[in-house]
Design a protein around this ligand. Structure first.
Ligand SMILES: *Cc1c(COP(=O)(O)O)cnc(C)c1O
Length: 371
């Protein structure tokens, strides 16, 4: 379904690291962080071991803790809501927009209580959430904005990059994202105090002068290793091309699938957004067609696809802990029940995209006749 794009430069930098003997906190990481911050347009970037680790530290820096509520979307990868739980706060979900699948600003306002401290905005699938109204609500109610930009590296809202809106923002580098470091993540911010805190927290709470034995707070081992940083440096140097190539593949899908608007909804972005395509997700329009059966039949045709995403509030852990039930967030649930992520990666050829698209439409048409 996904595969990373690894070129000669990634191999060269990795070999340099192996030959250097410095396998953590080295020069490649420093350069990677610098170039990454420049790309997003923030002052600072702190590389960490995963996007999830980055979200945890972002919560800590924003002072989120027990008794606080953080508003976020139920339609996301589970890590975004889990990060709120890591610091003892409560995730409060607000339903999503049925076209972009991002959090619906109107639903945010209804979810605010006296305990609300922040909004964790997730930019889903490769396009930014509707930031102007979200920023307005945050300002009005004195809420902090933290961004989970893990899926939307390089995407813009009204010309401004995802990751440049919150007091901090997190990106992730698992192999299916716009760029990869194997495992890894990064936290960007314009706040020097936060950045210093991130550097300390990722490294066992050591003092900023990096004295080995001075631990002045509870920290973690969330360091990125230097081999990952080497891959990351090569990828960030090629990032504009990586994103353009993703947009090309998405364009191919759009061409083949958009004419079938009566059967499926292709991904939609408002004109003020640019989309950088972490995944290509279509939605089956007829709610009576079983999405799971479509996935099984595609599998038989040699095409692997995935339901994307299940709604977080209906995971058993969340249901047991908070008493969520079906119907709580109807838009998110309807989208969860009808979306399919198609194979999507750089190098997918026009013939492949055509084959997948034709097969998909053929199978949906067959099922449409039955229901
Ligand atoms: C990938 C992702 C993360 C972080 O993932 P890691 O595997 O921990 O790097 C967080 N939130 C969202 C929405 C993601 O897609």
């Amino acid at each position: 379904m996904a595969r990373p794009h690894i070129a000669a430069r990634e191999k060269k930098y990795t070999l340099e690291v192996l030959n250097s003997g410095v396998l953590s906190l080295g020069k490649k990481q420093e350069l990677f962080e610098k170039k990454f911050a420049k790309f997003v347009g923030t002052k600072y970037a702190c590389a960490v071991s995963s996007g999830t680790a980055g979200l945890h530290l972002a919560m800590i820096a924003s002072g989120i803790g027990p008794g606080d509520e953080v508003i976020t979307t139920p339609f996301s990868f589970v890590a975004s809501a889990n990060a709120i739980l890591y610091v003892g706060a409560k995730p409060v979900f607000a339903d999503i927009d049925p076209l972009t699948y991002n959090i619906d600003p109107k639903k945010i306002e209804c979810a605010i209580t006296g305990k609300t401290k922040a909004i964790l905005v997730v930019h889903i699938f490769g396009q930014p959430a509707e930031m102007d109204p979200i920023l307005k609500i945050a300002q009005k109610h004195h809420l902090k904005i933290i961004e989970d930009a893990c899926e939307s590296l390089g995407a813009t809202y009204k010309g401004r990059m995802a990751g440049a809106f919150g007091e901090s923002a997190v990106f992730a580098f698992y192999a299916n994202k716009q760029m990869t470091t194997g495992e890894g993540g990064i936290i960007v911010t314009n706040n020097k105090k936060y950045h210093d805190l991130f550097l300390s927290l990722r490294n066992q709470g050591r003092g900023s002068n990096m004295q080995w034995l001075d631990h002045n707070r509870l920290g973690y081992n969330y360091r990125m290793n230097e081999l990952s940083a080497a891959v990351g440096l090569a990828q960030v140097e090629r990032l504009n091309w990586l994103i353009k190539d993703r947009q090309l593949v998405a364009g191919l899908y759009n061409n083949f699938l958009a004419p079938h608007g009566e059967l499926i909804q292709v991904p939609e972005a408002p004109p003020h957004n640019t989309h950088t395509w972490q995944v290509y997700v279509i939605r089956i329009k007829n709610p009576d067609i079983s999405r799971d059966k479509i996935i099984l039949e595609l599998q038989k045709g040699g095409i692997s696809t995935k339901p994307y995403f299940p709604s977080i509030h209906l995971f058993s852990f969340y249901k047991d802990r908070f008493g969520f039930k079906p119907g709580d967030f109807p838009v998110s649930e309807a989208v969860s029940n009808s979306t399919i992520a198609l194979p999507f990666y750089i190098g997918l050829k026009k013939e492949d995209v055509k084959y997948i698209s034709n097969k998909l439409i053929e199978i949906i048409k067959k099922h449409a006749k039955r229901v």
